[in-house]
Design a protein around this ligand. Sequence first.
Ligand code: SF4
Length: 159
Amino acid sequence: MTQARVDLGMPALGESAPGPRRYLLDQGHPLSLSVLDLGLACCAVEFAAATMTQPELLAVDTDPPAPGRTEVLVVSGTVTDKMAPTVRGVYEAMPEPRYVVSFGSCANSGGPYWDSYCVTKGVDQILPVDVYVPGCPPRPEALVQGLRRLQRELQRGPS
Ligand code: SF4
């Protein structure tokens, strides 16, 4: 299966670096989610494992996503202060409505590197986060659980 490569402009990574990849959760569901994987460190391996083991995530979405599809950015791994503007740029390039899942301890709070001079103390310092998935690393199943939680809350609507 060919994977969709998403060009969201990541000059800090250079031309040859892989950009975020887009997946689809629950094809055919009234609220299927177009999921962008922004993998920054080891938690990204668990995201990759989820795409290979969780059938709901097997479909690779088109780029750009179909109109009306809900966009979700999954930040997996350690956000550094150097990378933070690029992470913010990826978010700003996504069409609205857009949501963010923080996947793993590093994205949630800096994780084991929370006291490093160069690590951002959680991606919520630079983006609005809708769901936090705990773990170092979280299991692949936890990614789908986090996405389903977001899906449920979106279906429920504002309280
Ligand atoms: S939370 Fe743990 S597994 Fe995930 S990126 Fe940080 S150190 Fe790696």
